[in-house]
Ligand binder design. Sequence first.
Ligand code: GTP
Ligand code: MG
Length: 204
Amino acid sequence: MIIKSAEFLTSAVKPSQYPEEGLPEIAFAGRSNVGKSSLINLLLGRKSLAKVSSSPGKTRTINFFLINNGEFRLVDLPGYGYAKVSKSVSEDWGKMMETFLTKRKGLIKVIQLVDARHEPSAQDRQMYDFLQYYGLDGLVVATKADKLSKNELSRNLAAIRKSLDMEKDDILIATSSLSKTGIQELLDNIEKILEGYQENLEND
Ligand SMILES: Nc1nc2c(ncn2[C@@H]2O[C@H](COP(=O)(O)OP(=O)(O)OP(=O)(O)O)[C@@H](O)[C@H]2O)c(=O)[nH]1
Ligand SMILES: [Mg+2]
């Protein structure tokens, strides 16, 4: 997969603000601060198209990016598990996410990000179960691999697979936005997802 162009489309908190349906969309979900926005910037080869911050909770809206002049969209989702938000903000977050994840017709895959250093949290597992239920699962990224030795990383990858109860064919990719590990592999998998979607369209 080659990213020839990428542009920010819009930020949304409710469906009336989403871009029109009609293109396949691949979204990035995961705990706040896990590295969703950083990874999107790296994939797109753009330093700060998606806003990044060292303080958790940077992304508060659903952000849509148009790739290759309308080939597909990438979607940066706000993170969960950010402790400092009030109950009402976290309820709004839940509704906003659930609406997008369950109602969006163009959404064909959600890439779930977990921190390579830690066991997935209860919320990580909950999110993955949710994605499984809606058939959006199957591609997980373990971020911040640069912070681990090779041995630690392979041990943790096995633990992540087990903890999320991933199937044998499900894909787990270790990435680093610093050393750019795993980026090509992730792009290749995004290409496969889009090809699978196109084939389904043609067979319908
Ligand atoms: N060492 C290291 N740091 C990273 C990596 N990816 C992201 N970070 C850092 O982690 C912090 C959070 O990154 P973001 O990309 O903003 O995380 P996010 O998941 O979008 O966070 P929210 O928008 O709050 O949901 C920033 O300080 C990044 O520089 C990585 O691969 N390695
Ligand atoms: Mg973000």
